[in-house]
Design a protein around this ligand. Structure first.
Ligand code: CP
Ligand code: NVA
Length: 327
């Protein structure tokens, strides 16, 4: 079904209905097929897009840039340290300046309130490329990957997230799962469970969509019967000083071949937003050999879909821009 999302911001999936999320996934699928067929619709021809990054990025930045170029827009990368939002100039003032020059603004940064302030003042669509609280474009790519493996109906789909259960990715997955009616579980120690208010809100949404939200510290009950096991880094950007305490809290939640087998399902896939610690080929991985949230065996194994997810960032981010701004 066609939907009119023109002019909308994309800050959190809480702002989108189940049907709108389904529409964005359908559009992503179409844009992916079009790209494979060599079709470029140039839906953003002649537009200029500001890409603000207070935190580093590989996938999100590259997805926005390639999506802009595919659709005929000019992407302009703006480093957070140059803009200094709220340091030398208020976010409201910068937003009004950027809104006079750009047709859309992507923001990746720390405080979610900065994304909200940009949206309030810019006068053009603002898209959340990750804040401390949410990472909604990631979840569209994750759900597109699930659809590619298990079909388009996500209602009742058993999906497990293990690890830091209160980070931006976990929050956004829980919201997306509630909206799409999944049987969603978080397996995490009590100290890293999501905020109760957000869980309550998601349970209320799930009551309408046929979904279910389970928060538990038991790996066994979180993964039983699950068809997707998802994890993320144990210390998110800006939390690097917490690495030792997170290793202690989360080592029992590392995704291993044994955990994958504990689902009792042969078809279970492994998902991760990336970047992922899974071996000692990185400086951080060598400094903290126990930091890995998934074993190399799982990461490189046949059940892993992590690079499909990474590619799907492009198609889903393109869908968000085309739906909210395209001609
Ligand atoms: N998954 C993700 O957002 O990756 P980047 O931090 O590289 O953008
Ligand atoms: N939770 C991670 C996600 C990275 C894509 C972080 O915020 O660092």
């Amino acid at each position: 079904m066609a939907m009119n999302l023109h002019g909308r911001h994309f800050l959190t999936l809480l702002d989108f209905s189940s049907a709108e999320i389904r529409y964005l996934l359908d559009l992503s699928e179409k844009l992916k097929a079009d790209k494979r067929a060599g079709i470029r619709a140039k839906n953003l021809e002649g537009m200029s897009i500001a890409l603000i990054f207070e935190k580093p990025s590989t996938r999100t930045r590259c997805a926005f840039v390639t999506a802009c170029v595919d659709e005929g827009a000019h992407p302009e990368y703006l480093e957070g340290k140059d803009l200094r939002l709220g340091v030398k100039e208020s976010t409201a003032d910068v937003a009004r300046v950027l809104g006079r020059m750009f047709d859309g603004i992507e923001f990746r940064g720390f405080a979610h309130e900065t994304a909200e302030d940009l949206a309030k003042w810019a006068g053009v669509p603002v898209w959340n490329g990750l804040t401390d609280r949410y990472h909604p474009t990631q979840v569209l790519a994750d759900f597109l990957t699930v659809r590619e493996n298990f079909g388009a109906n996500l209602r009742g789909f058993p999906f497990t997230y293990v690890g830091d259960g209160r980070n931006n990715v976990a929050n956004s997955l829980m919201i997306g799962a509630a909206k799409t009616g999944m049987d969603f579980r978080i397996g995490a120690p009590a100290s890293l469970h999501p905020e109760e208010a957000l869980v309550d809100r998601c349970r209320k949404i799930a009551a309408d969509t046929g979904g279910k939200i389970t928060i538990t510290d038991s790996v066994q009950s979180a993964v039983k019967g699950s068809l997707a096991i998802y994890t993320d880094v144990w210390a998110s950007m800006g939390e690097e000083d917490k690495i030792p305490e997170r290793i202690a809290a989360l080592k029992a939640y590392r995704v291993t071949a044994e955990m994958m087998a504990m689902t009792g399902e042969a078809e279970t896939i492994f998902l991760h937003c990336l970047p992922c610690f899974h071996d000692t080929s990185t400086e951080v991985g060598r400094k903290f050999p126990d930091i890995c949230e998934a074993t190399d065996e799982v990461f490189e194994g046949l059940q892993s879909r992590v690079f499909d997810q990474a590619e799907n960032r492009l198609h889903t981010i393109k869908a968000v821009m085309v739906a909210t701004l395209g001609r």
